[in-house]
Write a protein that binds this ligand. Structure first.
Ligand SMILES: [Zn+2]
Length: 125
């Protein structure tokens, strides 16, 4: 059971094949493989509402991640309720992994104030 408090989460998604997405007003092709999406849940219901929604993949499309989620499988997730852990710090840590790349600039980072290129990272298998 996910907690109903606010926090930061990371979801590992796997695209079984190369996938075409329409996000940020353009068409992009994403290669097959693993992606880490980092977000935060600050609204009502906290992590249980937001992360739960992304894990189930339901709800009306609203965020960039919804387009990717629809084509991907969830391979894993984690979350932090410690207020010291910020979304952008997690992004920087994941983006520093060997072989990590940012496939779509600004993806998931519309609200980012810390200069992340995006909050979606492609990671090697
Ligand atoms: Zn950021």
């Amino acid at each position: 059971m996910l907690p109903d408090v606010g926090g930061v989460y990371a979801i590992v998604l796997r695209l079984p094949g190369a996938t075409h997405l329409r996000v940020l007003g353009r068409e992009v092709w994403l290669p097959a493989g693993h992606y880490v999406y980092v977000g935060s849940a600050r609204g009502p219901g906290g992590l249980r509402a937001r992360l739960g929604r992304h894990l189930r993949g339901d709800g009306r499309p609203r965020w960039h991640i919804d387009a990717l989620r629809a084509a991907a499988e969830v391979d894993g997730f984690t979350y932090w309720v410690d207020e010291q852990v910020t979304e952008c710090a997690v992004v920087r840590a994941v983006a520093a992994l060997p072989g990590a790349t940012i496939p779509i600039p600004r993806f998931g980072a519309s609200d980012c104030r810390q200069g992340c290129v995006a909050h979606l990272i492609h990671v090697p298998d």
